[in-house]
Design a protein around this ligand. Sequence first.
Ligand code: GRG
Length: 296
Amino acid sequence: MSDAIDNRMRRAGDEITATLDALLAPAPGARGRVIEAMRYSALSGGKRLRPYLTLASAALFDVERQGALRAGAAVEMIHCYSLIHDDLPAMDDSDMRRGRPSVHKAFDEATAILAGDGLLTQAFEVLAHPDTAEDPAIRLELIAGLSVASGTAGMVGGQMIDIAAENEVLDLAAITELQKLKTGALIEFSCRAGAILGRADETSRLALTNYAVNIGLAFQIADDLLDVEGTKEQLGKPVGQDTDMDKATFVKLLGLEGARNKAGSLIEEACDGLAPFGPKAGDLMDVARFIVERRS
Ligand code: GRG
C-alpha cells in the first residue's frame, strides 16, 4: 500500500471528523447523553472509507467540498449506527469496537439503541439541508438513494438474511447476494452520492456503480481474510469470530488463497471499469487497492 493513499485518507478522514463534530453538537441535560453516545461512536476513528469514496467520486465531477463532506458524513452516520446496533447483545454481542468498549458497554443498552437511531435519523436531516446541495432535486435523490441502501433492500435486509442463515449452509451465490446487501449497498451509495451531487450522466453513473459493486465484494473478502489473518491489536476487536461461529464466509468457501485471488480480480475489474474517467480516477483506483491491502 502506498503512503500516499494512507495520508490522503487520513487527511480526508480528519475533514470528515470535523464535519461530524460540528453536526453532532453536544447538548445539556438528558438529551445530551444520547448525543454523547453518538459522538463516542462517530468521532472514534475508523478508516472513513465510505466518506472517502464519496469525496473521491465527487471529485470526478468537480463537486464543491462542503456538499461532498456533508454527504460523506451522512453515509458515515449510517455506518456508525450499523456498528452500534451490530455490537448489541441481541446481534453480535461484541464488547469492543475500534479498539475501545462498544457503545452499549461504554454507556448502556438503551442509550446504544437510541444513539444508533439518532445517527440513522440525523443522516437524512443532513442530506435534506440546503448546505448539502442547493438543488432540492439533488437532495431528494440523495435521500432516496441512502434510504434504499440502508433499508430492507440493502443493509437491513442483508443483516436479516445473515441472521436467518445462522444455522444454514450458504453457497457462494447466496453469500455473495447477502454481502452485496449487507455491506455492498452502502459502499455502492457512497460512490453514487458523488455522481448525484455532480449531476453525472448515466454512463458515468453506471461505471461508478460497477466499480462500487466490485470493491464492495472485495472489501468483504478482505474483511473475512482479516478475521483469520489479522490481530486484535490491528483490528481493534477480537479476531477469529467467523471461525468460532462456523460462519459461511468467502474464506471458508474459497480457502485463503482462493479468497485472496478473488479479491485481487475484483479490484482489477473495478479499476478497469474506471478507464473512461482517465487520470482523474487515480484516487478511486488507489482506494480500491487499499481495500485489499489494508491491515485493519
Ligand atoms: C444492524 C442494521 C444493522 C446492520 C448491520 C453492516 C452491518 C450490518 C454491520 C456492521 C458490522 C460488521 C462488522 C460488518 C462486516 C463488515 C464491516 C461493515 C466492517 C466494518 O467496516 P470498516 O472496516 O470499519 O469500514 P471502520 O471502523 O474502519 O469504520
